[in-house]
Write a protein that binds this ligand. Structure first.
Ligand SMILES: Nc1ncnc2c1ncn2[C@@H]1O[C@H](COP(=O)(O)OP(=O)(O)O)[C@@H](O)[C@H]1O
Ligand SMILES: [Mg+2]
Length: 190
């Protein structure tokens, strides 16, 4: 299993690069943001809880995210050579839970790919996306909160994955092709 964690701030291009990777490598896609938005659309209990956090630009509590992890993996991961985790893990407890869940299946994360994009560029991209996507959390105020959450809760994962020997840094500023080319070099060497 070539499981890949695609990592970066909101607006760093995780979803875009995931689509290219799925196409090229036949991987499954686990976007926890998409999973939650789907729950909201279907009006489930999880969706109702998730909505209140997403609107505030906060993270859904770890216990809740971790409780759905194995199901989501078994659902999206079957029939594929591996999956891309997009938007998960976002905290150290989530990374630990991911490792444990994969261990139990004899699987692992093969690489963590960090898309590094400067803050001003993230703001520009997310405000533009908000105008087109209509996402409730892509307005200036919520974006600022999400970036603060990213720095305080999610960025520490860079050090965590460095210790695991899995971290790969990619310059996320540039053309889609150049960025995708850099990611392919990492994956082809695994
Ligand atoms: N792993 C997670 N843990 C906690 N909350 C999450 C997680 N994934 C998604 N969310 C919630 O869903 C929102 C949107 O996620 P996502 O679509 O992945 O954003 P983006 O792609 O812009 O980074 C997050 O701001 C957060 O509230
Ligand atoms: Mg995304």
């Amino acid at each position: 299993m070539k499981n890949i964690v695609i990592f970066g701030a909101p607006g760093s291009g995780k979803g875009t690069q995931s689509d290219l990777l799925i196409e090229k490598y036949g991987l499954g896609h686990i976007s926890t943001g998409d999973v939650l938005r789907n729950e909201i659309k279907n009006g489930t209990e999880l969706g109702k809880t998730a909505q209140s956090y997403i609107e505030k630009g906060a993270l859904i509590p770890d216990e809740l995210m971790i409780s759905i992890l194995a199901n989501v993996y078994d659902l999206f991961g079957k029939d594929h050579a591996g999956v891309i985790f997009d938007g998960f893990p976002r905290t150290i407890p989530q990374a630990e839970a991911l490792k444990k869940m994969l261990d139990e299946r004899g699987h692992k994360v093969a690489a963590m790919i960090e898309l590094d994009v400067p803050e001003e560029e993230l703001m520009t991209r997310l405000i533009k996306r908000g105008k087109e996507s209509g996402r409730a959390d892509d307005n200036e105020e919520t974006i600022k909160k999400r970036l603060v959450v990213y720095h305080s809760q999610t960025m520490p994962l860079v050090e965590w994955y460095k210790k695991e020997g899995l971290h790969h840094h990619i310059d996320g500023l540039g053309t889609l092709d150049r960025i995708f080319g850099d990611i392919q070099k990492v994956i082809d060497n695994l």
